[in-house]
Design a protein around this ligand. Structure first.
Ligand SMILES: Cc1cc2nc3c(=O)[nH]c(=O)nc-3n(C[C@H](O)[C@H](O)[C@H](O)COP(=O)(O)OP(=O)(O)OC[C@H]3O[C@@H](n4cnc5c(N)ncnc54)[C@H](O)[C@@H]3O)c2cc1C
Length: 486
């Protein structure tokens, strides 16, 4: 085994939270090692609903989560402006819904007060005729509808943009690298032992180790002998390979939960469930009855849904903070930072709970806690500093296409992933070769920008491998989808 490397901070977990902390701390001038056992964002972040939202639902029981996530969503959509997009929801109200149209509109009026924080527009109320005119697939059994505007993002790209910026500010980032043990000196945690994808074990020393392992937080906590209790909740989505509706649509499940159907980047995602999870986090399966639950709820608002053929499912486990409550759906999405010095374990900090929509704030507060421990004084800059690809306005896609000799579709696709860096990506990867496919040019620069070593040399060199949402997509399973009508 080689000599241990030394860092100010080691972060365990390359989901949106860990990547956000690595970016924040490296921008504050600290030396950081970020370790992820899978691909960037391949945990809960990658299996989310792809929404940067304020969560109007939480207004009923957790007002503060709506306020915090709307405020932070405002920062995220500013720093990631070239990779986020507006998502307009239609929420049809049916005769026996939990909320009648007046209650629904009142809720939206309250949510409208938060909307400017994330640069979204207020709601509109529609008659059934108006709703059907703009979205003919909706049920006719409707008393009216309201609109609600949120933001969408590819979580893989968001995580990778954070990793990319962290790396360009000095972070050493290794994916496919699992932390297997915490190094101890008496009570304190002084580093980690990790295994790279080719089975080589190494050690890294750190003044502070951050546990940002999402639903795996308790498992990593046990390595230090501390007990962080979560109430993990499983959620699934059904994926269709194309757009199904003009707008995003929200519906109500049999138990009164909100379901959503949203088109992202040319595919449609229908979800989600929210069930207590007690199984193996590394092997979460989708059940047929979960798929049926979603279809049953959704066909009430969109009767033709069973005519469309899904291609796969995704599943993830929310790292929800523990609380004894009747319904999983009513659990707070708040987060908590634990300095385990209080448990007699110095040098070890955990961040648990929260949402993708407020990852930046979670990262900022965790980084503040780490800096306090290190006596390091440097302000957070992540609320205003653009992520890679969002530094400047994008040129019109047709111009990029014409200049680089690619199709307009390929240009749009590249820009949706790389923002204003799309041209740089093309120049470097394809040198203006006509007819080059978007996918080929997309993969090459990601590899270069992140100094990614070839798989076989991962142990001998440092570098971040690209997150590849295509690969994650292939890894997602098809269970629960057999024998659906096409
Ligand atoms: C179905 C579903 C839909 C959701 N939709 C939304 C949404 O639309 N909007 C929203 O705001 N929130 C949403 N959420 C919540 C949101 O996805 C999560 O709160 C957030 O992504 C958690 O990010 P994280 O980085 O904390 O965890 P993760 O993304 O799970 O990252 C933790 C990482 O730690 C790694 N890890 C674990 N153990 C080790 C180890 N020993 N060594 C190295 N690495 C390790 C894991 O591989 C993982 O990648 C959704 C959640 C679910 C389940």
């Amino acid at each position: 085994m080689s000599q241990p490397s030394a860092h100010d901070v080691v972060i365990i977990g390359g989901g949106v939270t860990g990547a956000g902390i690595a970016r924040d701390l490296s921008l504050r001038g600290l030396s950081v090692l970020l370790l992820e056992k899978g691909d960037w964002g391949a945990g809960t972040s990658g299996s989310s609903s792809w929404m940067i939202h304020g969560g109007p639902r939480y207004l009923e029981f957790d007002w503060d989560t709506t306020r915090l996530s709307t405020t932070d969503a405002g920062h995220i959509v500013t720093i990631a402006r070239n990779i986020v997009y507006r998502v307009l929801f239609l929420i049809p109200v049916l005769p026996h819904d939990k909320n009648n149209i007046e209650r629904m509109e009142t809720a939206m009026e309250v949510y409208d007060r938060f909307q400017p924080l994330k640069k979204s527009h207020p709601h509109t109320r529609l008659t059934p005729e108006e709703a059907l005119q703009i979205e003919p697939g909706l049920t006719r059994d409707m008393v009216g509808a309201v609109t609600m505007e949120e933001w969408g993002v590819d979580p893989h790209r968001l995580v990778f943009a954070n990793v990319q910026d962290a790396v360009s500010n000095g972070t050493r980032a290794l994916n496919h690298t699992k932390v297997v043990e915490l190094l101890r000196d008496g009570g304190a945690v002084i580093g980690v032992r990790y295994r790279t994808s080719d089975g080589v074990y190494s050690e890294a020393r750190a003044k502070v180790v951050v546990n940002a392992a999402g639903p795996w937080v308790p498992e990593v906590g046990h390595m230090a002998g501390v007990d962080v209790q979560l109430r993990p909740a499983k959620g699934i989505h059904i994926i269709y390979p194309h757009r199904i509706s003009r707008f995003a649509i929200s519906g109500e499940s049999i138990d009164g939960r909100d379901l959503l159907m949203v088109s992202h980047a040319g595919f449609t995602l229908l979800g989600t469930t929210d069930d207590d999870f007690y199984g193996d986090l590394d092997s979460v399966e989708v059940m047929r009855d979960e798929v049926d639950y979603l279809l049953q709820g959704f066909e009430r608002v969109f009767p033709a849904i069973r005519k469309f053929r899904p291609v796969r499912t995704t599943t993830g486990v929310r790292p929800t903070l523990f609380k004894w409550r009747r319904y999983e759906d009513e659990l707070s999405r708040r987060y908590r930072i634990f300095d385990h010095a209080a448990d007699g374990v110095d040098g070890f900090v955990t961040i648990a709970g929260g949402k993708l929509s407020m990852y930046r704030l979670m990262a900022e507060e965790t980084s503040d806690a780490v800096c306090r421990k290190l006596g390091h004084q440097s302000p957070c800059v992540t609320a205003t500093r653009p992520l890679p690809g969002s530094e400047s306005d994008m040129e019109p896609a047709e111009e990029l296409a014409r200049r680089c000799g690619i199709s307009a579709l390929a240009a749009v696709k590249l820009q949706s992933r790389h923002g204003c860096r799309a041209a740089e990506v093309l120049d470097g990867a394809a040198a203006g070769r006509p007819g080059v496919s978007a996918l080929r040019v997309d993969l090459a620069p990601a590899r270069r920008a992140s100094c990614a070593p070839p798989r076989s040399s991962a142990a001998s060199s440092d570098g971040a491998r690209p997150s590849d949402s295509t690969r994650s997509a292939i890894l997602c399973n098809r269970r629960g989808l057999d024998a659906r009508p096409s």
